[in-house]
Design a binder for this molecule. Structure first.
Ligand code: 5AD
Ligand code: SF4
Length: 427
């Protein structure tokens, strides 16, 4: 999500005449689009901003701007001002569209420019993102989130959920396909609640259906799905269109009903498993990926083991695993029963081991099979091209000529953890 927002910010900067530099020393402006979802993301941003102190001293004309979720947090700009007085511009996640004006203002005044808005304005449709991930392209369908999962800061820093108009989304995808993009990912914190604000003219299943009807060879993905809203109607649309990748990112967070309730996730383990059952009954080839948090307040060993059991039962294609990180202002951060770090570390290590084992086993099943890969990059170190199959599995291969942006068929010869290695099959 933030990566695509950075593409929009880069688009604004290009509109002002800025160009990408190869080395940071040549930059006229350095801008941070920060994330604050977990504490380590924030520490990372602090470290990177701090590292610029010397550079700013040597080159006072260098502009340093900080935006994103972190600046949007209550009281954060004051902390940033004190810690890093050399920052020139601070803007929030809810007003990055305003960046051109803020830069202009800064150039006219000596004083730093700080503008953070409390609420989001109308969706701005006029920004042309500077896309850097050809042949893949991200397209926002919603902004913000209304779910208030008790651990999560996103609803506080990203504001209420807003849906883009279906016609604007469809037009953007059509344009991307015309330009040669081969994989489109529809983005939202909870794509399934698309249209619930009454602004869009469609629900998510209808939107997906409409986008999948755009002609041309391309893959269509969507993320993130919230299990409380993931509908059979969406699965039926997935079934209807070969273009829609049969991979669903469905964050479960925990396998324990007690913890799910404390997290305010509004589904049970049983409902989650039923959704997977329905998906796999209609689409036996479908795979599911997930997000899991361990060490949430009051999580017992028994709760944790229920998460492990669910992971085994679902047999996820892969999982992003996180240690619970208390975020100021969220309900969970004030809950009794915060879990000691040693226990959290122990659980995350066991979970990562389990997830890796399952992923490895799945990878091995690919050996000898043919898979279609969308080539997306070249790995200089390995000297190999790489790309993903429909189910998101990374495949590496040798090619004499540049084939980025092409669909190629690989015969898989080797699997290494989550990665596959193969030989190109002439077709
Ligand atoms: N601590 C740990 N993980 C978190 N996530 C969101 N907030 C927190 C937090 N406070 C994870 C969730 C979510 C993913 C994007 O980040 O698993 O699905
Ligand atoms: Fe955070 Fe929950 Fe919204 Fe996801 S659905 S962004 S976890 S509040």
């Amino acid at each position: 999500m933030n990566v695509h927002e950075s593409e929009k910010i880069a688009g604004i900067l290009r509109g002002l005449g800025y160009e990408e530099t190869k080395t940071i020393e040549n930059a006229d402006i350095i801008l941070f689009n920060t994330c604050c979802i977990r504490e380590n993301a924030e520490n990372h941003a602090f470290g990177n901003i701090g590292a610029l102190k010397k550079m700013k001293k040597q080159n006072p004309n260098l502009l340093i701007a900080v935006g994103g979720c972190m600046t949007q947090e209550k009281g954060k700009t004051e902390i940033l001002k004190k810690k890093f007085p050399f920052i020139d511009i601070m803007f929030g996640a809810l007003n990055f569209e305003n960046l051109a004006e803020l830069i202009k203002r800064k150039k006219e005044q000596k004083k730093k420019v700080v503008e953070i808005r409390e609420t989001a304005g109308e969706i701005v449709e006029t920004i042309e993102p500077y896309r850097t991930s050809y042949p893949n392209a991200w397209v926002n369908i919603t902004y913000g989130c209304d779910n208030f999962c008790s651990y999560c800061i996103v609803p506080y820093v990203r504001g209420r959920e807003r849906s883009r108009k279906a016609e604007n989304i469809i037009a953007e995808v059509q344009k991307l396909v015309n330009e040669g993009y081969k994989e489109i990912t529809l983005l939202g914190q909870n794509v399934n609640s698309y249209g619930k604000d009454g602004n869009a003219g469609m629900n998510f299943a209808q939107l997906l259906d409409a986008v999948a009807q755009i002609e041309g060879k391309f893959r269509l993905r969507f993320m993130t799905s919230h299990p409380k809203d993931f509908t059979e109607e969406v699965v039926k649309v997935m079934e209807k269109h070969p273009k829609i990748c049969k991979l669903v990112h469905l964050p479960v967070q925990s396998g324990s009903n007690r913890i799910l309730q404390l997290m305010n996730r509004r589904y049970t383990r049983e409902k989650y498993l039923d959704e997977i059952k329905f998906l796999k009954a209609r689409l036996p080839q479908a795979e599911v990926t997930t997000d899991i948090i361990v060490g949430f307040p009051t999580e017992t060993e028994e709760d944790y083991l229920q998460t492990e059991a669910l992971v085994k039962e679902v047999d996820f294609a892969s999982a992003f695993t996180f240690v619970y990180s208390p975020r100021q202002g969220t309900k969970a951060s004030t809950m009794d029963g915060q879990i000691p770090e040693t226990v959290q570390k122990d659980r995350i290590m066991r979970l990562v081991e389990l997830v890796n084992t399952l992923t490895r086993q799945k990878s091995e099943k690919y050996i000898g099979k043919e898979v279609e890969i969308l080539c997306e990059d070249y790995d200089e170190k390995k000297g190999l091209y790489l790309g993903r199959d429909e189910l998101g599995r990374m495949g590496y291969f040798h090619s004499e000529k540049d084939c980025i942006g092409e669909f190629v068929t690989l015969k898989i010869t080797k699997a290494n953890g989550i990665s596959l290695f193969g030989e190109r099959v002439k077709k």
